[in-house]
Design a protein around this ligand. Structure first.
Ligand code: NAD
Length: 297
């Protein structure tokens, strides 16, 4: 029999992941601090829980989709957190892009109680979450990973088990540092083309047929930048968090990674003109405000 799955955090990602699981026949209950998020989730077929303990009482698998590591810590280890409520054998899958050390801290705290924890951050945005086509990078024990594989398969089309707990977040931070850098370098390349008198759309097409292509040039620019849609569902604030995590990891490891540091600096500086709530693709506007301006409605 399928377990009842609890989803904690019903925002852009969590709500869509939960709806995908419902659509594939899983029983899902969801919790969020926000009434609006719970109401929206209910409209998508997710049974809303009023309290965290409703999830803990009913679910043997709990998926977290929270903004930051500090929220994961509060939900897992805080007063009345999951550690006080979950029973032995429960598996917690954390899809938040979080801090590897936090994943290890929580897994170690859960272990004596027989609660398993894996970090499984995701790529693919709200659209991928809604379609069940995300990619997931997973850190944790292999046998725990295999126990929840049918659930992960329902949510994603690609999964890479990277290593022990925390390894998923290290892979995700490395990935997002590249995505953050590629957004800026692609903006610069297209600015170079425009200022040299060549159509930037044509140059983007050329880049995507050449060796300079990336996820930014192939997916982000065509889908959210060149058409001025800026509606990816991933915010400047969350990407600033992720580049901050990359910078902190490099500093903790005492590494000399100048491109990582420059990328983090540019994303932090952009806060002066782009609020956290803006779409993350708006970073292109810092390179070239006129070429990448939002559509005026
Ligand atoms: P979001 O802000 O839309 O949703 C987070 C939700 O968590 C909110 O509804 C908030 O009310 C809820 N929440 C916060 N603290 C809580 C608590 N203590 N208990 C219950 N609910 C709580 O964020 P999102 O875009 O869904 O992103 C979630 C995570 O996924 C982030 O770590 C983000 O970096 C990562 N991510 C996002 C995307 C994307 O495109 N949006 C893509 C990949 C990864």
């Amino acid at each position: 029999m399928n377990p009842i799955i609890g989803v904690i955090g019903l925002g852009n990602m969590g709500r869509n992941m939960a709806a995908t699981l419902v659509g594939k026949g899983f029983s899902v209950i969801g919790f969020d601090l926000s009434d609006t998020a719970r109401q929206q989730a209910e409209k998508q077929g997710i049974v809303p829980a009023n309290h965290l303990d409703d999830i803990a009482r009913q679910c043997s698998v709990v998926i977290l989709s929270l903004p930051k590591a500090e929220h994961v810590e509060a939900v897992c280890l805080g007063d009345n957190g999951l550690i006080k409520q979950l029973t032995s054998g429960t598996i917690v899958i954390d899809t938040t892009t979080s801090i590897p050390e936090m994943s290890r801290k929580i897994a170690n705290a859960f272990a004596p109680q027989g609660i398993e924890f894996i970090d499984a951050p995701v790529s693919g945005g709200p659209a991928g979450a809604a379609a069940g086509t995300m990619s997931m990078v997973i850190g944790g024990k292999l046998d725990t990973y295999h126990l929840v594989l049918p659930i992960l398969e329902a949510m994603s089309s690609v999964r890479v088990h990277v290593g022990d707990v925390g390894a998923g977040n290290i892979a995700k931070i490395a990935n997002n540092m590249l995505a953050a850098a590629h957004l800026i370098t692609t903006s610069e390349a297209l600015t170079l083309a425009e200022k040299a008198g060549v159509d930037p759309s044509k140059v983007l097409e050329a880049i995507n047929a050449g060796s300079g292509r990336s996820g930014a040039s192939q997916a982000m620019f065509p889908t959210w930048v060149m058409n001025k849609a800026y509606d990816s569902g991933f915010t400047m604030g969350l990407m600033r968090k992720d580049v901050g995590l990359a910078k902190a990891l490099a500093q903790n490891l005492e590494l000399n990674l100048p491109m990582t540091m420059k990328t983090a600096e540019l994303w932090q500086q952009s806060a002066a003109v782009l609020p956290d709530s803006d779409d993350f693709c708006c970073i292109a506007q810092c390179t070239n405000p006129s070429l990448f301006a939002k559509e005026t409605k």
